[in-house]
Design a protein around this ligand. Structure first.
Ligand SMILES: O=C(O)CCC(=O)C(=O)O
Length: 260
């Protein structure tokens, strides 16, 4: 494996900044670029990361959009604290096709966690995350991630991943085509990573990071993480959450969908 580990040695204990694993996920480029990315639009949930950010969500969320809240109110219902993302609910065939990418990313996460433990004395970061999620039904495809953000040709301003459970890591897969620019940067460490097609970056999202402008080409990043607002509701079942959302937004039966 082509791996680069970035560690802050000035910390009392070695602090992992990120690990960059190159070209291990290339086989999902086609489905990500051609089936998933077209479902993503400009998001007003991410205004803090810049204007016009094109971001979508896979998996589960702990907030409702203003239009969803309006609909719940008009139907005299009480919102649940968790909902599936619209991509997850409305496009189950594409969501399920992504299982392989999530499981492979998690397999690499596991391998890297073992390597960091053996070579750098960093406690097994994947096991810690998995432990925090015991009892939650919102593990996407059995991984320690509840949620994933899909960023399409988007430059994100300096931010931290403040919704992650404490001590957890963001695991980012990148897919590119003729990309120029779009580096992932940790300015406080003077680190600028050139991301490539099928790369995986395991990062401490609590360290401020940003994306540099995309000068040319296509770039999609999928950031998988464990969302604290979801993990805290261990008594809520996935079935309750899915049924509530389906009652609000029934999926159209396939045969009633217009032919393309
Ligand atoms: O795509 C990237 O370079 C960074 C993504 C990110 O930081 C995020 O989605 O929060």
């Amino acid at each position: 494996m082509d791996i680069t580990v970035y560690i802050d040695d000035n910390h009392p204990l070695p602090r992992l900044i990120c690990v960059h694993v190159k070209h291990r996920l290339q086989q999902w480029n086609d489905i990500v670029m051609n089936e998933l990315a077209p479902l993503v639009s400009v998001s007003n949930l991410r205004n803090a990361c810049g204007k016009g950010v094109k971001s979508g969500i896979m998996g589960y969320m702990d907030t409702w959009t203003p239009s969803q809240k309006k609909k719940i109110k008009s139907e005299h219902l009480t919102p649940l604290p968790i909902r599936p993302s619209s991509i997850t609910h409305d496009h189950p065939e594409i969501y399920n096709k992504m299982a392989g990418l999530f499981k492979s990313s998690n397999g690499i996460f596991k391998q890297i966690s073992e390597l960091l433990e053996a070579q750098y004395g960093i406690g097994n970061i994947m096991k810690v995350q998995m432990k925090a999620m015991v009892g939650s039904e919102f593990k996407m495809f059995g991984t320690p991630f509840t949620t994933a953000t899909i960023n399409v040709n988007t430059q994100l301003e300096l931010h931290t991943d403040s919704n992650n459970i404490s001590g957890s890591y963001s695991v980012m897969a990148t897919f590119t085509d003729k990309l120029q620019g779009g580096n992932l940067e940790f300015p406080s460490y003077g680190l600028s990573l050139q991301v490539g097609n099928g790369d995986l970056i395991i990062m401490d999202g609590f360290i401020p990071h940003r994306t540099t402008p995309i000068k040319y080409g296509r770039r999609v990043s999928i950031v998988m993480y464990a969302r604290k607002g979801i993990i805290k509701h261990k008594h809520i079942s996935k079935q309750t959450v899915d049924s509530f959302y389906e009652a609000l937004y029934p999926r159209k039966p396939k045969h009633l969908q217009p032919n393309k």
